[in-house]
Design a protein around this ligand. Structure first.
Ligand SMILES: [Zn+2]
Length: 709
């Protein structure tokens, strides 16, 4: 067993957490250390496996000694199990520190520790699932309700886990991410546990639009050897055994059937006293009650249902708390919101703002707008990991299962924070330029160009200012790639496994209904995934497709994103992607477009794009003719008398050769993506920095998001 300095330091860390804070914080600390190693910020790769076993073997061992957490012996059972595992895994100082009655469970724990692989004692995997976010979003078109709904999906598993940690112990929890609480339990306990978790959840308001599923009354009878050797299939079995849980209405709230909610138009709105009662379950002081009333209830003319009110309240409270306004909210609600993984992540994003700037999260999308009469462009991004779920479901050992869960959330979190940091840099560039341009008073405050929705496990949904998408993708890819390689080194991911993150992006004006942006971005995500699955690509890539409608009327262009060709290589070349070895021709072209002093504009491609856009079954010959025409236009431009023109056409020629390298009939898609991005950036620059010297300004901004780390 290696006794390197990393082991020594980590053990000292664990010891001090254990002696000061106790058992549950110790297990949380182990999780944290595993994440830090994956992030590459902590040495200790050689003991990663020891740490994983230290985290996940004690609960399985404990259930061989007792299945009665109510008993006063339960703590002895937990300590004895930990001590036995710590000893075996080489954490002898920690083991020494754990004092247990010698005659007690400890001897027995040592005896059966070696038998776990073949052990017959009963255990189960218990699951509590929050119904799919898509269903919830479908009901509620408004951004604030969507944000509240995503927050609840993020928060509920974590909030429920407090109860499990309290009752059984933190070590029993396998994951509490992505709308899912998964923990090790005993078949004789699961029913009661589930009932008690539901009671615990009722301490915070839960919208009846949220569907909870659990397997408490139907948990599979497993043996410890199943979990040790077939963790993935045991987990799938547990998932398959979940049933919808009837939450009951708790305190019945009076409904007036004559009134329909103006938010969802599906439920009856609440009467005044019910509204008041509900608001007071969120807010404990009058200012905050009024804040909710003015911003939510009055916006709907007082006609709002229970679900919409609850979801919108969470949405508003989330941003308030992120902006540091914590006073006056109900303590349980406050604590629950702060448990959200999106809260932790966006805290980090805010801390990344450069000194001298003061930034706030937007409270409404209108904060993004250029002016009251001029709507800005925003992009909704839906992303998820490629094949993450399958990898987890196929894991053999419980150690792999836990490592993968931790890996996925680390990968997404790290990627998101890094992407957001890049996007912040671009935003600061805009601000600096604006200060240079404007003669008026200097403006230092700004809104963070990102609106948090949902970040949990391997899923994320967020809104960005549209001109930041490229910087965001770049930042995300750089970090995620590094975590991926660390995981490969640790052998958490099988040698030949390819992985990646796919994204669907829709960009439109702030006034476009949220549910529309959301649906379209999901459709784009499916499009990206289908291509990524079939295209030849690097072992790790981040890829995205983008649908852009400058004015609300042109949304039918989603029809362009149907895959009719089998030319997956050509389709792949039209996406925005960054791999381990290379990046997409579109991104390379973008870099070329903004290099030099005068950027290429989207209008420079207008004719050729119109020529190329497929309509009425044009032939291959037509397509090639169009490209030839483009090439001869470029050649003519390169003969110009003006040095500036010659330089610009020279770059167009390089773009031409990037995009047409493999002679695919899908070239128009690449061009379409490139034009969309250029046009999006132009929109902001023209509106905020003015159109004088537009090409020059575009170059300056463009370079800030085309550079790598
Ligand atoms: Zn409603």
């Amino acid at each position: 067993m290696s006794e390197g300095p990393a082991r020594h330091e980590i053990e000292e860390d664990l010891l001090s957490v254990y002696s000061v804070w106790g058992l549950n914080p110790l297990y949380e600390k182990i999780n944290e250390i595993l994440k830090e190693i994956l992030r590459g910020k902590l040495k200790g790769k050689e003991i990663f496996g020891n740490l994983v076993r230290l985290r996940v073997h004690p609960p399985l061992l404990a259930l061989a000694l007792s299945s009665d957490p109510e008993s006063s012996d339960w703590i002895k059972v937990r300590l004895s199990s930990l001590k036995a595992v710590a000893e075996r895994e080489g954490f002898s100082k920690l083991a020494e520190q754990i004092k247990v009655d010698v005659s007690s469970y400890y001897e027995r724990a040592k005896e059966i520790l070696g038998l776990m692989q073949r052990g017959d004692w009963k255990v189960t995997i218990q699951v509590l699932e929050v119904g799919s976010i898509q269903e919830i979003v479908k009901r509620n078109g408004a951004f604030r309700e969507m944000r509240g709904a995503s927050l609840l999906v993020d928060v509920l598993p974590r909030y429920a886990s407090i109860y499990v940690a309290d009752k059984l112990g933190e070590e029993f929890i396998l994951t509490k991410e992505a709308g899912e609480l998964v923990f090790i339990s005993h078949p004789s306990l699961s029913g009661k546990m589930e009932g008690e978790i539901i009671e615990h959840l009722k301490r915070i308001p839960i919208a009846n639009a949220i569907v909870l599923k659990g397997n408490g009354s139907s948990a599979p009878m497993l043996k410890v050897k199943d979990i040790m050797n077939r963790a993935g299939s045991s987990y799938r079995l547990a998932l398959a055994s979940t049933r919808a849980i009837n939450l009951g209405s708790g305190d019945p709230i009076e409904l007036d059937p004559k009134d329909i909610c103006r938010g969802c138009r599906a439920d009856s709105s609440l009467n005044e006293s019910s509204v008041d009662k509900l608001l007071r379950s969120f807010a404990v002081d009058e200012t905050k009650v009024r804040r909710l009333k003015e911003n939510i209830v009055e916006r709907y003319g007082g006609k709002i249902c229970q679900s919409c009110l609850i979801l919108a309240s969470y949405g508003l409270i989330f941003t308030d708390i992120l902006n540091g306004e914590e006073k006056g909210w109900n303590k349980d609600v406050l604590n629950a919101v702060k448990m959200a993984s999106s809260y932790e992540i966006f805290e980090k994003v805010r801390n990344a703002v450069s000194a001298g700037f003061e930034a706030r999260f937007v409270t409404g999308l209108e904060n993004y707008d250029y002016s009251e009469s001029s709507n800005a462009l925003i992009a909704m991004i839906t992303a998820d990991g490629d094949g993450f779920g399958a990898l987890k479901g196929n894991s053999k050992s419980i150690e792999d299962f836990l490592s993968l869960s931790i890996l996925f959330s680390t990968l997404m979190e790290e990627g998101l924070v890094s992407g957001a940091r890049n996007s912040l840099e671009v935003e600061e560039k805009f601000l600096n330029l604006r200060m240079r341009e404007s003669a008026g008073p200097r403006q230092y405050n700004f809104f963070l160009p990102i609106t948090p929705f949902y970040v949990a496990g391997d899923d994320m949904v967020l809104i960005l200012r549209a001109e930041h998408v490229v910087g965001f993708i770049r930042g995300l890819a750089e970090r995620a790639k590094r975590v991926f390689f660390t995981a490969k080194e640790l052998k958490i991911i099988p040698e030949e496994e390819k992985m990646g993150i796919s994204m669907g992006i829709t960009a439109g004006r702030t006034k476009v209904p949220g549910v529309y942006l959301y649906d379209a971005s999901r459709a784009m995500l499916r499009y990206t995934k289908e291509i990524a699955k079939k295209a030849p690509r690097d072992e790790f890539t981040v890829q995205a497709s983008i649908l852009y409608a400058k004015s609300g009327a042109s949304w039918e262009s989603i029809n362009k994103f149907k895959i009719e060709s089998v030319d997956y290589d050509g389709l792949w070349r039209s996406l925005l992607w960054i791999g381990t070895e290379d990046e997409s021709p579109v991104l390379k072209s973008l870099r070329i477009a903004v290099s030099g002093d005068n950027a290429i504009r989207s209008s420079d491609f207008k004719e050729v794009l119109e020529d190329l856009l497929p309509s009425g079954g044009r032939s291959r010959l037509y397509h090639e003719m169009a490209l030839l025409r483009w090439l001869s236009d470029i050649a003519r431009g390169m003969d110009s008398r003006w040095e500036e023109d010659r330089e610009l056409y020279g770059r167009l020629r390089r773009i031409f050769s990037e995009l047409t390298k493999k002679g695919s009939a899908e070239v128009w898609r690449s061009l379409y993506t490139l034009c969309s991005i250029l046009n999006i950036v132009e929109d902001r620059v023209e509106n905020e920095l003015g159109s004088i010297d537009l090409r020059k300004k575009l170059s300056e901004i463009g370079r800030s998001f085309c550079e790598g780390e």
